[in-house]
Design a protein around this ligand. Structure first.
Ligand code: GLU
Length: 510
C-alpha cells in the first residue's frame, strides 16, 4: 500500500524568511498537491536564544502572500496539534529518556570550563575538538559515572544534557531522492545534544525526528544545509525503532549569489539592490529589510521565478501558474547543483505577469496607489488606466509614474518638449485644435482620431507636430500612450481645460 503523502515546512522563527526558505515551502507544497497529500506548517522554536518576536507571523503572512496553502499546522490546527514545538515541550523528555534507557544516548554533566579545557588540549595536540567516542568517557557523563551518582546529580538540580551516543566506525547508508545514495562513516560525526535540562527543551534534532514521526511525515524536503545531519537522523530513526515508517528525504540545492559562487545572502541583495525576503521586514531592533511584495512584485511572478531555481520542467516553458507547477512538479527534475539567483530574471518574470493582467486584475494594485495620491476614482477607470499603460510596466511601483497624468493635469511642462513644441505656429494651431475638439460629440478614441486626422490633412499640418503639441498640453511631458487613448480617457471637458492651462501658463519660446 502506498503511503499518504504528508510533507512539512518546518521553519525556525529566527528572523524573516529567506527566499530560499520560501522555495523549500513551495517545493513541499507542490509535491503535496501533486500527490494529493497534506502540507503541514510546523514552527520549530526550541532554540530560545535565536527566537525573534514577529518572525512566526512574518512566515505565515509570507506563505499566504505566495499562495502556499497550509492544510495542517500553526494557524490552522489539525489532528497532531499543537504544531508549535514550544507548546509540545513535555512530549520530548520522554523520548530523550527512552534513548538513554536503550543505550543510544547518555546524560552529560560537563561544564563549559571542562569542555574548554578539552578543547585547548586538542588544539595543542593540533587536532580539532569533537565531542565524540574519544572524549565522552573522560567527562562526567552517565557512561563514566555510577548510576547512583547520575541520579544524585539530577536530583540535586545539576544541569545536564542528553547527547546521542554516536556509534564508532559504522557506515551509515542513506538514500536521498535528489542526491541518490550517500554513505558516511560515523567516526567523522560527534555526539549531538538532544535535550537540555537548562531550558527543559529538546534541540532541533530530537524535536524534528520525534515530530516527523508523530505527525506521520512521509517525505522530508528541505535545504541542502541539513544534509550533514542526515546520518544522525537515520540513526535516530533506528534508535527509536521507527525505520519502517521513516520518511524519505530530499535535500534541495542551495540558492547561489548572482555571481554563482556561495550562498545568496542579504548582503548580496543590499549590494546589488534586490530583496532576499518575500515581504518587507522590521526587526525588533528597528532594522529593516526590503521585500518582494513592497518592491512591486506580483506573488505569482515571484513564485514562478522561484519555482525554476532548482527545478526544471524539461521543456522550454517558463511561465507557469501555480496549478501548472503542481501538474508538472517532480523531485527527479530538481537538480543537485546550486541554482544561481538572477535579479534581472526576477524582473523579467514580473514584467510578463504585469503585461498579462486584465484591467480588472489591476484594480487592487492601482486603487491603493491612487488613493495614496489623494485620487478617488471608480475601479473601472483605475483598472483601465493601468491597462492602457501595462506594456511599459515592470514592477507595481512603476504604476504611478505611468498613469498619473490620466488623473492629474500637468502643473509643469517638461522643458525639452516645451522648448521644441511651444513656439512658432504651434500655439495658434493648438487654439484651432481646441475648437475642433470642442465640436466633437462622440469623444471615443476612434471618432476623435478620425476627426482630428481629417482636420490635420485639410490644414496641411504634420501629424507629429500636432500630436506632440497636444501631448505637451495633456500630459506635460514626452511620455504616455497614443494621444487618443488620453483624450478618450480624460474626456472632452478635461482636454479643453488642459489646453487652456497650457495657453495661459506657458509663454511660447522664441
Ligand atoms: N527548523 C529547521 C529549519 O529552520 C528545519 C529543517 C528541516 O526541515 O528538517 O530549517
Amino acid at each position: 500500500m502506498t503511503r499518504e503523502v504528508r510533507v512539512r515546512f518546518a521553519p525556525s522563527p529566527t528572523g524573516p524568511l529567506h527566499i530560499g526558505g520560501v522555495r523549500t515551502a513551495l517545493y513541499n507544497y507542490l509535491f503535496a498537491r501533486r500527490h494529493g497529500g497534506k502540507m503541514i506548517l510546523r514552527i520549530e522554536d526550541t532554540d530560545s536564544q535565536r527566537f525573534v518576536p514577529g518572525a512566526e507571523d512574518y512566515i505565515i503572512e509570507s506563505l499566504k502572500w505566495c499562495g502556499i496553502e497550509i492544510d495542517e499546522g500553526v494557524g490552522v490546527g489539525g489532528p497532531h496539534a499543537p504544531y508549535r514545538q514550544s507548546e509540545r515541550r513535555e512530549i520530548y523528555l520522554k523520548y530523550a529518556k527512552q534513548l538513554v534507557d536503550a543505550g543510544w544516548a547518555y546524560y552529560a554533566f560537563d561544564t563549559p570550563e571542562e569542555l574548554d579545557a578539552l578543547r585547548k588540549e586538542a588544539e595543542e595536540a593540533g587536532k580539532t575538538f569533537a565531542y565524540n567516542y574519544e572524549v565522552r568517557e573522560k567527562l562526567p557523563t552517565s557512561l563514566s559515572l555510577s548510576k547512583e551518582e547520575v541520579e544524585a546529580r539530577i536530583a540535586r538540580g545539576d544541569q545536564w544534557v542528553v547527547r546521542f551516543k554516536m556509534p564508532e566506525n559504522e557506515v551509515v547508508k542513506m538514500d536521498d531522492l535528489i542526491r541518490g545514495h550517500v554513505e558516511v562513516n560515523t567516526s567523522t560525526l560527534d555526539d549531538k545534544v538532544l535535550y537540555k535540562s537548562a531550558d527543559a527543551l529538546p534541540t532541533y534534532h530530537l524535536a524534528n525526528i520525534v515530530d516527523d514521526h508523530l505527525m506521520e511525515v512521509s517525505h522530508v524536503i528541505r535545504g541542502e544545509e541539513w544534509l550533514p545531519s542526515l546520518p544522525l537522523h537515520y540513526l535516530l530513526y533506528r534508535a527509536f525503532g521507527w525505520t519502517d515508517t521513516q520518511p524519505e528525504f530530499a535535500h534541495l540545492p542551495l540558492l547561489l549569489k548572482p555571481t554563482g559562487s556561495g550562498k545568496l545572502s542579504k548582503r548580496d541583495g543590499d549590494k546589488m539592490g534586490f530583496p532576499v525576503f518575500p515581504l518587507f521586514w522590521t526587526s525588533p531592533t528597528g532594522e529593516t529589510s526590503r521585500g518582494y511584495r513592497e518592491d512591486g512584485y506580483l506573488a505569482e511572478a515571484f513564485i514562478n521565478m522561484l519555482s525554476l531555481l532548482g527545478w526544471n520542467p524539461g521543456t522550454d516553458q517558463e511561465i507557469f501558474s501555480m496549478q501548472e507547477l503542481i501538474d508538472s512538479f517532480s523531485l527527479d527534475r530538481v537538480s543537485k547543483a546550486g541554482a544561481r539567483f538572477q535579479p534581472d530574471k526576477a524582473k523579467w518574470f514580473n514584467a510578463q505577469y504585469m503585461h498579462s493582467l486584465t484591467d480588472e486584475q489591476f484594480v487592487p494594485f492601482v486603487q491603493p496607489i491612487l488613493r495614496e495620491h489623494g485620487i478617488e476614482t471608480t475601479d473601472e477607470r483605475a483598472g483601465k488606466a493601468a491597462g492602457i499603460m501595462k506594456e511599459r510596466m515592470t514592477l507595481v511601483t512603476d504604476i504611478w509614474d505611468l498613469v498619473s497624468f490620466f488623473f492629474v493635469a500637468p502643473t509643469e511642462y517638461e522643458e525639452k518638449l516645451a522648448k521644441k513644441q511651444w513656439k512658432g505656429d504651434n500655439p495658434a494651431m493648438l487654439g484651432k485644435l481646441r475648437g475642433i475638439l470642442e465640436g466633437i460629440d462622440d469623444f471615443s478614441k476612434e471618432n476623435t482620431e478620425a476627426v482630428v486626422r481629417a482636420w490635420i490633412e485639410a490644414e496641411g499640418y504634420s501629424l507629429g507636430q500636432v500630436m506632440n503639441t497636444l501631448r505637451l498640453a495633456l500630459v506635460g511631458a514626452g511620455k504616455g500612450p497614443g494621444m487618443f487613448d488620453v483624450t478618450e480617457f480624460i474626456g472632452k471637458e478635461e482636454c479643453l481645460k488642459r489646453i487652456d492651462a497650457l495657453m495661459t501658463n506657458l509663454t511660447p519660446a522664441e
